[in-house]
Design a protein around this ligand. Sequence first.
Ligand code: NOJ
Length: 578
Amino acid sequence: MKNILFLFILSLVFTGCAEKNEQDDTAIPNDSAWWKQGVVYQIYPRSFKDTDGDGVGDLKGIIEKLDYIKSLGVTMVWINPIYSSPNADNGYDISDYRSIMEEFGTMEDFDVLLDGLHQRDIKFVMDVVVNHSSNQHEWFKESRSSRDNPYRDYYHWWPAEKGKPPYRYSLFDAAGDAWKYDSITNAYYLHYFSKEQPDLKWENPKVRQEVYELMKFWAEKGVDGFRLDAFQFAAKDTTYPEFPDDLEENFIQYYAMQPGLHDFLKEMNQEVFSKYEVMSVAEGAGRNFKEAHELVDADRNELNMAYAFEGVDIAKPEGYSLIHFKEVFSRWDKEFAEKGWLAVFLANHDQARLVSRFGNDDPRYRAAAAKMLNTFILTMRGTPYCYYGDELGMTNIGFDSISQYRDIAALNGYEKTKASGGDLDAYLTNLKFASRDNGRTPMQWNNTPHAGFTTGDPWLPVNNNYKTVNVVVQEHDANSVLNYFKKAVKLRKDNPLLVYGAYTLLLPEHEKIYAYTREWEGKKMLVLLNFSSEMVPLPVPVNEELEEVLLNNYEQVIYEEGVFSLQPYQALVYSLQP
Ligand code: NOJ
């Protein structure tokens, strides 16, 4: 590009710019809250840091990395389940809600971890998995032992003499069947996930009290929040009616938000949330906006926020439409602009890596794309959730053979596809792009064997790119994804505008650029994100004068006579003159 020499270079390296944004003192809204202003860092404990050489991450490993976590600037940490578990679903099958998984450590380790987070002013969010327990939980062992056991009614049972129960679809079952026959009492039990994860019967008040007590146990210990796993499925019609034939494709329509759920949440709020300074977030946001509001609007006294899947579900192996992506995020923002609150995220332990799904993991673009996507998460309204490793731009591992996978959903899905004569190649192609194991490979700390994650054999292999994509390398590179991430987090925390400010989408029909403004208390910022691997000319899309570059994931801004040339995956955040 020879005319590049003639272009007016507006600004050079962004380093230092973000530091200029001191905490804005202008009044924050009446309904402000620490959990709205916070930045969440999600840790998959199995994969974060192993200290005892068994190849599985542990609590001591997280303790060892507390200063690293602090250095990111994040203010909340959500750790996936750490309770005792036989690990059919990596901790989402809990066998004792009041103890720590042996592989992860001890309750003493937990206390040290919680204290270490609090000393660093970081809140801790506990994962609560109570739509189901493990089939190894004492409650279930009792429940299945006889029909008149006091725990029988803790789970959903269907006596076999009534014939086969009405079909229920299971998300993880190798046969897709959510009823499992149990010969001990000649009855079927219900499991929406794997057969090792029987659903608890929330309609039984004793179950509810057990759950509130265990939540109080953790609240008393000082945890600051709860993330409710799959809770929108908790209420069930215990007459077990037949469901229409489209159950499998549309299971959310039949399983989510069933009558009784709001009563359970109100009760939980009264019994637990209202008594402690804790925040609450639901996995799933109902089946429509109305239901999402009913979960999180403050006057409902149920939950603080929810995370919706419509946005994160957009990425597909064949690509996705940015116009659609913008439309979805803008629609959700608009709907919650006045009331209610949501999480903003593009990745978690149930998704593949953010840069591989929504950006571009080709080494030429990986770093820029990861920075750009992190800019998006950290400049939208809602509480940002950042998944471990995305601050480095970690990528999908992309397994080729089913034998490489560990995730129960991947393995049982393969069996199901095989049994039904489905296309196994297509299944594997999709898995290579979308599998949850892609997002669960060990954290890449340095360039020693296994990326410094473990001295043993890691439970899941480390991505081959760990020699270049790791914390140590990136800490020493001023332009790394990691250092950019820290600046973006700081910009977010220094500017309530980015938390509370009005969001306005610009250029909704542009196929490559996502542009928007955030505005609050007379201040305004412009965010420009190039979602493509091409250089894109872009006339300045606002009338105001550009004031200062607050974030730039490239060294330069290429700009001439009112037109930017946005470089591949470039992200720019400007303050605008009032
Ligand atoms: C949702 C969790 O995020 C996922 O990892 C888990 O497998 C299911 N719920 C079942 O608990």
